[in-house]
Design a protein around this ligand. Structure first.
Ligand code: NAD
Ligand code: AHE
Ligand code: ZN
Length: 368
């Protein structure tokens, strides 16, 4: 079949709207009509060329929601008309990683997904006979996609696509990092570096579990108002203080219980670790740093009890946890609507990237 899609032909160039060919689902695969997709900073990171795994030409996008149109042979858990969220972190429930119960990083299809291919090592997308690669196993910047069954979370049919698409990455990543990765407890002091599409969701997760102080750090002063609305108690603009780490240590009587880096900046990653409380402070890296970058700190920071860890997709097990997070939204336990600052048509997708780069949007959502 044919589908409209925003194609990334090469790094650093705007996306190009094309009508591409899409092959139908093979065994264990599902054809999905994407109804809406968010634009995450990771899409921008890949398009910029800074992602060592970034491959071109490709159809980017990984924050979508849609409807099942057709299923391939052997698909048992989904059928036509089911509402779904594509998962860049699948959940096969059979691999060593899934069975460990220690991680959400299902590896069943990771090697082909990382090469922009379906599990049979081919692409379903092409134009004039030339293959176009998938991205993060999802490619939600295409109106129709083919996705493995294990990479789809079935969600309730009354959830609005143009809002719950954000649960496909940003909401789950931020809220999940608090609940599933850090397991923040009530009363704990939390520091969030970067108050964008991810960091604001860390704030709402922290508020949800009853955190004590919730300190936000951002160089964009326009982020303060929205962050306060979501539960931030204190705001630090690094440009206004001589030393961010000292300021946080003073505000928290010795350091944060938990910190989250939601920018992808290795200098901030170090600050996020070093602002943590001696003996127990935990710092979680969420931000994705550019190709070849490294983090550093004095080992003494770890010897004296601080912990450094990372979180992908908020530690959430997609098929199990995503439907629950959709319920939280529908029950009013988490907010999404105020964070979706712009709704665009597919033809306007490059404007969505510009808004993010200029710091004018939290999330832009493309509605098909
Ligand atoms: P965003 O662009 O919406 O937000 C980034 C925020 O960081 C902005 O508010 C910006 O003003 C702020 N910022 C930039 N430089 C700063 C600095 N030096 N000090 C303080 N604040 C600064 O991006 P996003 O969509 O929220 O994504 C954030 C990061 O998380 C990106 O690196 C993205 O790739 C990554 N990410 C990771 C996962 C995961 O599973 N680990 C999932 C989604 C996104
Ligand atoms: N490809 C990059 C790494 C990108 C990365 O860390 N991706 C996150 C999701 S970001 C979503 O916005 C992730 O889940 N990683 C786990 C995985 O298996 O990719 C690079 O630096 O190579
Ligand atoms: Zn993302």
């Amino acid at each position: 079949m044919k589908t409209r899609a925003a194609v990334a032909w090469k790094a650093g160039a705007p996306l190009s709207i094309e009508t591409v060919d899409l092959e139908g689902p093979k065994a264990g695969e599902v054809l999905v009509e994407v109804k809406a997709t968010g634009i995450c900073h990771t899409d921008q990171f890949t398009l910029s060329g800074a992602d060592p795994e970034g491959l071109f030409p490709a159809i980017l996008g990984h924050e979508g929601a849609g409807v099942v149109v057709d299923v391939g042979p052997g698909v048992t858990t989904l059928r036509r008309d089911d509402h779904v969220i594509p998962l860049y972190t699948p959940e096969c429930r059979q691999c060593k990683f899934c069975l460990s119960r220690k991680t959400n990083l299902c590896q069943q299809i990771r090697s082909t997904q990382g090469r922009g291919l379906m599990p049979d090592a081919t692409s379903r997308f092409s134009l004039d006979g030339r293959p176009i690669l998938h991205y993060m196993g999802t490619s939600t910047f295409s109106n129709y996609i083919v996705v493995p069954e294990i990479a789809l979370a079935k969600i309730r049919p009354d959830a609005p696509f143009d809002k719950v698409c954000y649960i496909g990455c940003g909401v789950t990543t931020g809220v999940g990092a608090v609940l599933f990765t850090a397991k923040v407890e009530a009363g704990a002091n939390v520091v969030v570096f970067g108050l964008g599409g991810i960091g604001l969701n860390v704030i709402q997760g922290a508020k949800m579990v009853g955190a004590g102080k919730i300190i936000g750090v951002d160089i964009n002063p326009a982020r303060e108002a929205m962050a306060r609305q979501f539960g931030m108690t204190d705001f630090i603009n690094p440009k206004d203080v001589p030393n961010v780490v000292d300021t946080i240590v003073q505000l928290t009587d010795g350091g944060a219980d938990y910190s989250f880096e939601c920018v992808g900046n290795t200098t901030l990653m170090r600050q996020a670790l070093e602002c943590c409380h001696k003996g127990w402070g935990k710092s979680v890296i969420i931000g994705v740093a550019g190709a070849g970058q490294e983090i550093s700190t004095r080992p003494f920071q770890l010897v004296t009890g601080r912990e450094w860890k990372g979180s992908a997709f908020g530690g959430a097990r997609g098929r199990t946890d995503v439907p629950k997070i959709v319920d939280w939204y529908m029950d009013g336990k988490i907010a999404i609507d105020p964070l979706i600052t712009h709704t665009l048509k597919l033809e306007e997708i490059n404007h969505g990237f510009e808004l993010m780069e200029r710091g004018e949007s939290i999330r832009s959502v493309v509605v098909y």
